[in-house]
Design a protein. Structure first.
Ligand code: SIN
Ligand code: FE2
Length: 235
């Protein structure tokens, strides 16, 4: 936990409670355990920090079997974010369209299984946001280098909109944009740091969201990158 404290002092200290003298060292007020973005959408600051030591080797093992790649959209654009997947289903894109598939198109092999520490974090974060019994079958692993961005989109390729999306931020900070149910709705800017989790489901499940171009601010554990995990019930 010591290492984690160095990377996200506000989030960690806020969870320790009672440490008012230490908290007073920081300018920002302590973040709440659950910050609402909507009736079914929450930021859980620092929720993933206790899991990080197990997440990072698990992600490296996934990456060794299914390397990150820059997908091409149906419109012919190459995405700035690099992607891989784990779980029974993985999300891919090419000139023919977007889809979930049990197979990695690069290797022809099934995607690596979802490592248990990832599945556990997803379940616990969903429960914390009020979605009990979340059983994701897909985890998209997105890697952002400085300058990479994700334009506003809805996560709507999944069959089951009854299940939430659970999104875990690791490494460099990012600004997450959270909009409404129509593309043109106003967006709020949500700063996310290493260990933060965002969950959106229920009536917020189809809200538009994206990520602003990443600033270069190397992270002590992950260097000049941000890794985002999004857990979904896709099938
Ligand atoms: C996504 O929308 O799939 C990823 C969001 C993020 O990187 O925070
Ligand atoms: Fe998304």
């Amino acid at each position: 936990m010591q290492g984690a404290c160095l990377q996200a002092p506000r989030a960690v200290l806020a969870r320790m409670g009672g440490m008012t003298t230490t908290l007073a060292l920081f300018d920002d007020p302590p973040r709440q355990e659950r910050e609402p973005l909507g009736p079914g959408a929450f930021v859980l600051p620092g929720f993933a920090l206790p899991f990080v030591d197990e997440l990072l080797p698990a992600i490296r093992a996934v990456e060794a079997r299914a390397p990150f790649r820059h997908l091409v959209t149906p419109g012919g654009f190459t995405m700035s974010v690099a992607l891989t997947n784990c779980g029974a289903l993985g999300w891919t894109s090419d000139r023919r369209g977007y889809r979930y598939s049990p197979f990695d198109p690069d290797s022809g092999l099934p995607w690596p299984a979802m490592p248990e520490p990832l599945a556990l974090l997803a379940r616990e974060a969903a429960a914390k946001a009020g979605f009990d019994g979340f059983a994701p079958d897909a985890c998209l692993v997105n890697r952002y280098a400085p300058g990479a961005r994700l334009s506003l989109h809805q996560d709507k390729d999944e069959h089951d909109y009854g299940a939430p999306i659970v999104s875990v931020s690791l490494g460099m900070p990012a600004v997450f944009l959270f909009g409404g149910l129509a593309r043109g709705d106003k967006t709020v800017r949500v700063p996310l740091v290493h260990g933060d989790v965002v969950v959106w489901g229920g009536e917020d499940r189809l809200r538009y969201h994206g990520v602003l171009p990443l600033k270069e601010a190397p992270h002590p554990l992950l260097g000049a990158q941000r890794i985002n995990l999004t857990f979904r019930k896709a099938g």
